[in-house]
Design a protein around this ligand. Structure first.
Ligand SMILES: NC(=O)c1ccc[n+]([C@@H]2O[C@H](COP(=O)([O-])OP(=O)(O)OC[C@H]3O[C@@H](n4cnc5c(N)ncnc54)[C@H](O)[C@@H]3O)[C@@H](O)[C@H]2O)c1
Ligand SMILES: O=C(O)[C@H]1O[C@H](OP(=O)(O)OP(=O)(O)OC[C@H]2O[C@@H](n3ccc(=O)[nH]c3=O)[C@H](O)[C@@H]2O)[C@H](O)[C@@H](O)[C@@H]1O
Length: 345
């Protein structure tokens, strides 16, 4: 029997999550998978939209508050009968019917996630709670895009999924690192407590076309600086490392994880590891050999090294990255040239 809630409304007794809607079996719906992408107007999200829209059986719904994303990234899909775009902040509940939720909504560039850290935490915690609530109500499978930042300034190298990390809980990056750690916890608690089907991807630095030009992340900074004939700003000491994954490899990994049998967390990233000085030298060589490289001040708590161990992704998802940094950078250069209006000399 339903219980009487204190405000007088009826609340259902505790029960297992519903199976997907019976409409799934009707003639019309059988051909479709309805997929929600939160943060789908952003960099990775918009590439994921492109990939999922290629399958004519998919309907794609994007919910985004446009904090760091833009309708421009989705221009080609606006008006398409299988596509819907909703201006929505995930810190508010969303009532729709879907089969899959790719939950990406969260500013990813350190400049943007530090801009309003309280909002970043709300997005990670309340936003993930809301999306898990939605998954529970409609019986959808949900994938969280977590981050290599859950490993903090890692004391193990390369990072395996079993490593618990070395994160400063009160630093300026904590709104993001700890926010994503709580989001992972919520995912597993909903899975254990309510039987929700979950997937967790731990994404390592990803780059490619459509990154915000002035978004502050290292690859977009260096390419924009090289094209504008400005000095490349290597933050000290320059020996810190990152591993850069091209965006088409990333979305391929995310879809495999979603449609595979494993909850994760699974690292998705390119194990090729570079110092920031090496990255600057590569950008200089490929894009503009006449720009200088300047070493500038760094920000607090910058991780000193990062490289994914992708054994799990290889074994469990049959996934590994295909695009090498030297091949991916020119593809991004082309997109930045178009957007900045800078011709090749
Ligand atoms: N790009 C990377 O290197 C990287 C690495 C690790 C993890 N990730 C994760 O992948 C996801 C996508 O990253 P990205 O690089 O595409 O970043 P992005 O900033 O381009 O995209 C994030 C999107 O989320 C939207 N958003 C932010 N807060 C929101 C809110 N409260 N409600 C609704 N929408 C909101 C933004 O407007 C934007 O469209 C993020 O969850 C990020 O943490 C990215
Ligand atoms: O992969 C991840 O998990 C995380 O990676 C990045 O975080 P971060 O590695 O700090 O990204 P950048 O801001 O691109 O910085 C990378 C390195 O480049 C350096 N850097 C940055 C900008 C610049 O102009 N010059 C420069 O040398 C930074 O000091 C840092 O060492 C993303 O922005 C996060 O969203 C993501 O979760």
């Amino acid at each position: 029997m339903a219980k009487e809630a204190s405000n007088g409304s009826q609340t259902p007794a505790s029960k297992p999550p519903p199976t997907p809607s019976p409409l799934r079996n009707s003639k019309f719906f059988q051909a479709n998978m309805r997929i929600l992408i939160t943060g789908g107007a952003g960099f990775i999200g918009s590439h994921l939209v492109d990939k999922l829209m290629q399958n004519e059986k998919n309907e794609v719904i994007v919910a985004d508050n446009y904090f760091t994303g833009s309708k421009d990234n989705l221009q080609k899909w606006i008006g398409h009968p299988r596509f819907e775009l909703i201006r929505h902040d995930v810190t508010e509940p969303l009532l729709i019917e879907v089969d899959r939720i790719y939950h990406l909504a969260c500013p990813a560039s350190p400049i943007f996630y530090k801009y309003n850290p309280v909002k970043t935490i709300k997005t990670n915690v309340i936003g993930t709670l809301n999306m898990l609530g939605l998954a529970k109500r409609v019986g959808a499978r949900i994938l969280l895009t977590s981050t290599s930042e859950v490993y903090g300034d890692p004391l193990e190298h390369p990072q395996k999924e079993e490593y618990w990390g070395n994160v400063n809980p009160i630093g300026v990056r904590s709104c993001y690192d700890e926010g994503k750690r709580v989001a992972e916890t919520l995912m597993f608690d909903y899975h254990r407590q309510h039987g929700i089907e979950i997937r967790i991807a731990r994404i390592f630095n990803t780059y490619g076309p459509r990154m915000n030009i002035d978004d502050g992340r290292v690859v977009s900074n260096f390419i924009a600086q090289a094209l504008r004939d400005e000095a490349l700003t290597v933050q000290a000491p320059g020996t810190q490392t990152r591993s850069f994954c091209y965006v088409s490899d990333m979305v391929d990994g995310l879809v495999r994880l979603m449609e595979g049998e494993h909850t994760g967390p699974i690292n998705i990233g390119n194990p090729g590891e570079f110092t920031m000085m090496e990255l600057a030298e590569t950008v200089k060589e490929l894009i503009n050999p006449s720009v200088p490289i300047n070493v500038v001040e760094n920000t607090p708590d910058d991780p000193r090294q990062r490289k994914p161990d992708i054994t799990k992704a290889k074994e469990l998802l049959g996934w590994e990255p295909k695009v090498k940094l030297r091949d991916g950078l020119p593809l991004m250069e082309e997109d930045f040239r178009l957007r900045l209006g800078v011709q090749k000399k």
